[in-house]
Design a protein around this ligand. Structure first.
Ligand SMILES: Cc1cc2nc3c(=O)[nH]c(=O)nc-3n(C[C@H](O)[C@H](O)[C@H](O)COP(=O)(O)O)c2cc1C
Length: 399
């Protein structure tokens, strides 16, 4: 599979501390290595109670350092060569000690000797996370020392408590690491993205929808935000977490609601990317009571409002990108759609191809430009496909 990771050949220093979430650092090290980064793990002595250096060595491909004295001057040398410092999981203790400038273990000593970007992914009990003493230290680490927090999530924790404090998902930490190297080439641009399916209500318990997961649109929104854009994301119902870093997130249910939200937001946008799969048809009538079971049911559908067409008819409209999910490899219909709807670009994908299109993490697309240019994007993570699409958008905007 093709990759365009900004983490390729970057020296990452991964600090692991004494939290129950330490086992997740194995998956994190492996994922960072998958991005072709050079990962060096450093561990506090408390972390050794939760995870073995051997597991982290297997995941990262390099022997972790577990003390300041193991390799003389390692803290200075590692700090000098690191492109990014990630502490995940980061305990209350280590975060507080980093904020105070303590330097009596390998992580805090490296942090003091290091001058680059630092990401911390706190993991702890909710009472610890919301304690003002910890809050003051975390704020100082972020505001005065410039560390970036990958905020923890809410939910049940291993200690039995529920609330905020569960370490951010590994996926989010990898994304934050990638973002740390993103160029800000979308700075000053307002980007409006739509994502996901819509639901068209039949009766109070049934609806018509489709297989869109929202991943492609969410990846576009996140990638644009990481590249400095002010992003508004309008999404239909999805099971995935809203991306971090975006300015505004609007949840909608139906195609009509999505259309209304787009028309309300589009005036401010310089770029509109319609990655959603709004329903083309909606029931002519929505029943107020559940329809009883019967042998057959005649359901009359009517076409929904064409959002893209409406936007493209406006005198002042943004650079507009549409998506064409087709069942076959011919791009003729996509090109027809681009012309009919006056789009600047259309992203074609064959959803019958394994690993492409709906409900999967990867995609392979053809980017077709109004002027006739086209780029084949091989199978990649949707995150990478998003960046390829943004590259094409920027190239045309700057042309
Ligand atoms: C079973 C167990 C689980 C713990 N989990 C956490 C945790 O998730 N987050 C945290 O901040 N501290 C946690 N602690 C407390 C830390 O391990 C303790 O503060 C330790 O001194 C941290 O050292 P370090 O920051 O040098 O790794 C836990 C302790 C125990 C015994």
């Amino acid at each position: 599979m093709a990759k365009r990771s900004p983490l390729k050949n970057k020296n990452l220093l991964l600090g692991v501390t004494g939290s129950v979430a330490a086992y997740k650092a194995v998956e994190l090290a492996r994922r960072l290595k998958d991005e072709e980064a050079d990962v060096r793990v450093i561990m506090t002595s408390a972390s050794l109670n939760f995870i073995t250096p051997l597991s982290l060595e297997l995941a990262s491909g390099r022997k972790p350092l577990t003390s300041l004295l193991e390799e003389p001057l390692a803290h200075v040398n590692l700090a000098a060569s690191a492109d990014l410092f990630i502490v995940a999981p980061a305990t209350a203790n280590t975060i507080s000690r980093m904020a105070l400038g303590v330097a009596d273990d390998i992580i805090t000593a490296c942090f003091l000797a290091y001058k680059g970007k630092t990401l911390v992914a706190p993991a702890m009990n909710p009472a610890m996370y919301t304690h003002p003493a910890f809050g003051r230290n975390l704020d100082f680490l972020k505001n005065a020392l410039g560390a970036i927090e990958i905020a923890p999530e809410e939910g049940p924790l291993a200690c039995g408590a529920a609330g905020i404090g569960r370490m951010a998902a590994v996926e989010r930490i990898v994304e934050a690491a990638r973002d740390a190297f993103a160029g800000k080439d979308f700075q000053g641009r307002r980007v409006l993205v739509t994502a996901g399916p819509t639901r068209e209500q039949i009766d109070p318990v049934r609806f018509i929808s489709n297989r869109s997961s929202g991943r492609m649109g969410f990846a576009l929104a996140r990638a644009a935000a990481a590249r400095g854009a002010d992003v508004t994301l309008i999404s239909g119902p999805t099971a995935i977490e809203p991306p971090s870093g975006i300015g505004k997130f609007i949840r909608v249910e139906t195609a009509a609601q999505m259309g209304k939200a787009v028309l309300e937001e589009v005036n401010d946008a310089g770029v509109l990317i319609m990655a959603a799969a709004p329903a083309d048809f909606t029931p002519e009538e929505t029943f107020t009571e559940k329809i009883s079971k019967s042998d057959t049911l005649d359901l009359k559908l009517k076409a929904t409002h064409d959002i893209l067409l409406e936007v493209s008819r406006r005198r002042k409209r943004p650079f507009t990108v549409g998506f064409a999910a087709e069942t076959g490899s011919g791009t003729g219909r996509a090109e027809g759609k681009m012309k009919k709807k006056g789009l600047d670009m259309i992203v074609f994908n064959d959803v019958t191809r394994p690993g492409a299109g709906f409900d999967c993490r990867t995609n392979a697309v053809t980017i077709i430009e109004r002027g006739g240019g086209r780029r084949e994007i091989p199978m990649m993570d949707k995150e990478d496909v998003a960046n390829e699409i943004l590259d094409s958008v920027l190239q045309l905007l700057n042309a």
